[in-house]
Design a protein around this ligand. Structure first.
Ligand code: CP
Length: 325
């Protein structure tokens, strides 16, 4: 267990050691148990977290805000549109100023080519920890909650296989952040990873390479496939969600055409039946029912989606208690 995490940023857990992440997991499970027992745990009394959103959220906002209240502190919700950012407040100024009012700054900015750089620029200027609530590259707190959920559902993750797959969704071009954080995190805990997507929906090559290296170091395997059925067969975790074709095209109509040509990439009962006996279905939500996943799968006994959503709360409370205390 590491005890020197006060002041640390979370841009992605790739920047934390495995030992440090294990400390977060330990604290997260302890806080979850305390909450189940009704045991107060005000580790952040009188502390304040600024939550700056450039994009919509249900789970992230609600879980960070509830988490700060349960830790005895307060979270202030700041929507970029109602700030002076559009009129000139720079990332450096946001880091300097919000860092002087608060004990932590959490940011969601998923704009492609912008978000990660923005979060890092704020972090460089801030005197308090900066927590990434999702950028164009990473969604670290989702990946943390997902790892917690896998451990709860399957036990020791070592030697288990997680299929991180693209699935068809039509509403909007979703960031690459969830699959990128997951393919890097899971092999560090000994999980074999299958990354599955149609050719047009590749991830950023540097993170795919890092995932491959993490698998080597974690004595796990890392495979890439472009066949959805093959990717699911015999796996332990079916994590199927959509993401954009931003690595292939910047043309929205062209991207919509790609999406349309893979309409059959839906997580359904037939496919789930080919996974391992105790396999679970995972999705960070919001999911697109009828295109990305069937009702029978997302509402079925193998679905872990509500545990994933709940674990956002416990994982983030552990991060905040350790970094902002
Ligand atoms: N999974 C997730 O980040 O959900 P929200 O977009 O609702 O915050």
């Amino acid at each position: 267990m590491q005890t020197h995490l006060r002041g640390r940023d979370v841009i992605d857990f790739q920047e934390w050691t495995r030992d440090e992440i294990e400390t977060v997991l330990d604290v997260a499970f302890a806080l979850k148990r305390d909450r189940a027992l009704g045991q107060p745990h005000p580790y952040l009394r009188d502390k304040v977290l600024a939550m700056l959103f450039f994009f919509a959220s249900t789970r992230t906002r609600a879980s960070f805000e509830a988490g700060m209240a349960q830790l005895g502190g307060h979270a202030q919700f700041i929507e970029s549109r109602s700030t002076q950012i559009a009129h000139g407040d720079t990332a450096k100024e946001i880091g300097e100023i919000l860092g002087r009012y608060n004990d932590g700054i959490a940011i969601r900015n998923v704009d492609w080519g912008v978000g990660n750089a923005y979060v890092r620029e704020v972090a460089a200027a801030s005197r308090v920890p900066v927590l990434n609530m999702q950028c164009d590259h990473f969604h670290p707190h989702q990946a943390l909650a997902d790892l917690m959920t896998i451990i709860e559902r399957l036990g020791d993750p070592r030697g288990r296989t997680a299929t991180i797959s693209w699935a068809c969704a039509k509403t909007y071009s979703k960031p690459l952040s969830v699959p990128q954080s997951l393919i890097m995190l899971l092999p560090r805990f000994g999980m074999n990873v299958r990354l599955v997507h149609p050719p047009e929906f590749g991830l950023m090559p540097e993170y795919v390479e890092q995932a491959r290296e993490n698998a080597r170091l974690g004595r796990a395997s890392f495979e890439m496939l472009d066949d959805f059925d093959e990717g699911i067969r015999g796996t332990d975790v079916v994590y199927a969600k959509s993401w954009g074709a931003v690595m292939s095209t910047s043309d929205e109509a062209e991207e919509a055409g790609y999406v349309d040509s893979y309409r059959d990439w839906i997580a359904d009962e037939r496919r789930l039946a080919t996974a391992g006996d105790d396999a679970i279905y995972m999705h960070p939500l919001p999911g697109e029912r009828g295109t990305e996943v069937t009702d029978a799968v997302i509402d079925g006994p193998q679905s872990a989606v509500y545990d994933q959503a709940e674990n956002r709360l416990h994982g983030q409370k552990a991060v905040m208690a350790l970094t902002m205390g």
